[in-house]
Design a protein around this ligand. Sequence first.
Ligand code: GLN
Length: 488
Amino acid sequence: MSDLHTASLLEIRSRLAAGEVRAEDVARACLERIKATEPSLHALLAVREEALEEARALDKEGPRPEKPLWGVPVTIKDAITTAGTRTTAASKILEHFVPFYDAFAVKKLREAGAIILGKANMDEFAMGSSTENSAYGPTHNPRDLSTVPGGSSGGSAASVAAMQCYASLGSDTGGSIRQPAALCGCVGLKPTYGAVSRYGLLAYGSSLDQIGPLTRTVADAALVFSVIAGHDPRDNTSAPRPDPAKDLADIIQAQTDLKGFKIGVPAEFLHMEGMDPAVLSACERTLEMARGLGAELVEVSLPHSTRHAIAAYYIIAMAEASSNLARYDGVRYGHRSPKASTLEELYTLSRTEGVGPEVQRRILLGAYVLSAGYYDAYYRKAAEVRRLIRQDFHSALERCDIMLAPVSPVPAWKLGSIIDDPLKMYLMDIFTVSLNLAGLPGLSFPVGKAGNLPVGMQVIGREFDERTVFRAAHALEKQIGDLAFPCL
Ligand code: GLN
């Protein structure tokens, strides 16, 4: 078996562009790797065998250096539509749904020459933090198969970390790109809200959702981001801003120190109850390293975030979910119960049979917090708290260029160990949800180990300032060097 799959995205794309390797050989290496790893990993819900044919067609034309991802195999979270390829959001209700259109981000990837290898497993409708809520069975963490890969983009993170592909698209509503990246030891970016079009992303919490890349290096993530970001008139919340620099990956690679960087350290985040000591010490070492690279560290405070973010996030996310998921009613598309004899039964049975317990819980709670009698007590309050959290972040980012914070309070946990305790699972998102409430960019990258398991930290930036986020993370990544995580 060839070892082409072990290269980084930037490495493989320059070998492809130079004609040193053929797109077919690269695609074949990844498909072989998928065959070898899937039985124990279950990172993918669909593999596109036609990828090989597409790679051959590219080879026939010859390399196109102007296409930044020419011949590069990628996977896509199954919440993101792919024309002609089943897109289920890991739900039974969409078991047979084949979209006729590509999501904006997928279209951009294809136009850049990327080859879509398959669809990645996830928590059903992106609701969860461990990928155990998939209706098609959980994904395992390639660093330790007895642990979860994180979620909800756990299949994307596992497929990148296990070298099935060079990049994957995930979605992040409350941490679903950053947290699985941290637990699997890879890189994941949640872009600024509005930087990447949500067109074609099956909606969960529309005011929070963002599509972003998962990769093995920071520069690889910058390259994919530069491809998928940009204005899209089909998404009302897509920001009409100039596209990111085409050579973003090259720009950030020039950054090898942190001289002149002011880095905010949210002290409350580090000294939170329940923080794993090995995670804490990996974070502290990284902060020292940042100082060693020339950064000035300043303490910042995010008081509302630590105390109220989880409550506010889950109220808002569930409220939006209950309204977004109303479209799966058994009438227009998706699963329709054969047992129904009245309209009422058609709705009830189709949804009861079609969606799992966590999704049902959220639809119910979301409808409850939006109901006439409780709207003021829950939804309105949560929206007010959201504004305060936003203000906290904005004032903190006036005192620094970026912030450095943990991603998950603990490393990957054992499969099955907390799935029956939803509240405990929700608390795992304590460091990630605030950024979605505030709309800010965050990039998670590996900084150390807890035992043999990866620990990640996130660089948090100002709105639409992904470039500074990437520069800082790249300098730190270089300094940290290869962490040599185990991998199946
Ligand atoms: N774990 C969080 C949730 O369940 C975040 C999920 C996400 O970002 N999609 O809502």
